[in-house]
Design a protein. Structure first.
Length: 249
């Protein structure tokens, strides 16, 4: 069985004379956490935006589940099983945890023909809301306003909202940003639990966390891949040590 879930081939993105991505290729497999690292401005968020369909590649291709989705819009890719989170919070703080998850689940259970029935009465979306909240550790917080959650819990909620759309691929942009040690440990445990059944791309600056949890690491410098492989291979790569990790390991 082919475990390949998402592939980007020779992806380039230019803005005028500025090359943000320069022929980047990356492959995500089910059951793996693939970390994407690089200094600020290396092209990490641009790559995630191209893979998710938020911006178009200047050249290159994207395949999702073996299907060429290069020209697909972001909503179409999301419906096909591509979920993502952002660096900045995208929750609805005035709504409860349950309502945030239910709104995300509505994208999965669209019922345009049931115009006479309120979306809030749709049982499948409520069931999914309960399931994903429990999965990320918020099962006891369903009726709390999202704005009252801690920073770490808000990040957990964002992942729950991703899961509510039933994605096969998760693109997670700095989910540990701004967390303390205890919240980081909870998030790492959550990510480890999501490894089975998903292909995960993790953009992260916390190198200790990356080398603990990643199965594979790709390193970007100035929009180009300088190394990709196992954590040990990347750590031992002289080019990575010079360009990113600060000298010999």
């Amino acid at each position: 069985m082919n475990s390949l879930a998402l592939r980007g081939e020779r992806l380039t993105r230019k803005w005028g004379g500025v090359v943000a991505l320069d022929g980047v290729s990356i492959a995500l497999h089910r059951g793996e956490i693939h970390a994407l690292i690089g200094t600020n401005g290396a092209g990490k968020s641009t790559l995630v935006n191209v893979l998710s369909g938020e911006i178009e590649a200047s050249s290159g291709s994207v395949e999702l589940g073996g299907v060429d989705v290069t020209r697909w819009t972001q909503p179409r890719r999301a419906r096909a099983g591509l979920g993502r989170s952002y660096q900045r919070s995208t929750i609805f703080p005035q709504f409860t945890v349950r309502e945030n998850c239910r709104l995300a689940a509505q994208a999965r259970f669209q019922r345009p023909w049931r115009w006479w029935s309120p979306a809030s009465a749709d049982e499948p979306t409520h069931r999914v809301s309960r399931d994903v909240a429990r999965r990320v550790g918020l099962g006891e917080a369903l009726d709390r306003e999202a704005g009252s959650l801690s920073h770490g819990e808000k990040r957990q909620l964002e992942i729950a909202m991703c899961l509510a759309t039933d994605p096969q691929v998760l693109l997670l942009d700095e989910p540990l940003a701004g967390m303390g040690a205890e919240e980081s440990e909870r998030m790492l445990a959550l990510l480890a639990g999501l490894r089975e059944g998903h292909a995960i791309l993790l953009v992260e600056h916390d190198m200790d966390a990356v080398f603990r949890i990643a199965d594979r690491i790709t390193v970007l410098v100035d929009g180009a891949v300088i190394a990709s492989g196992t954590p040990r291979a990347v750590r031992d790569n002289p080019g990575v040590q010079t360009a990113y990790l600060g000298g010999a390991a």
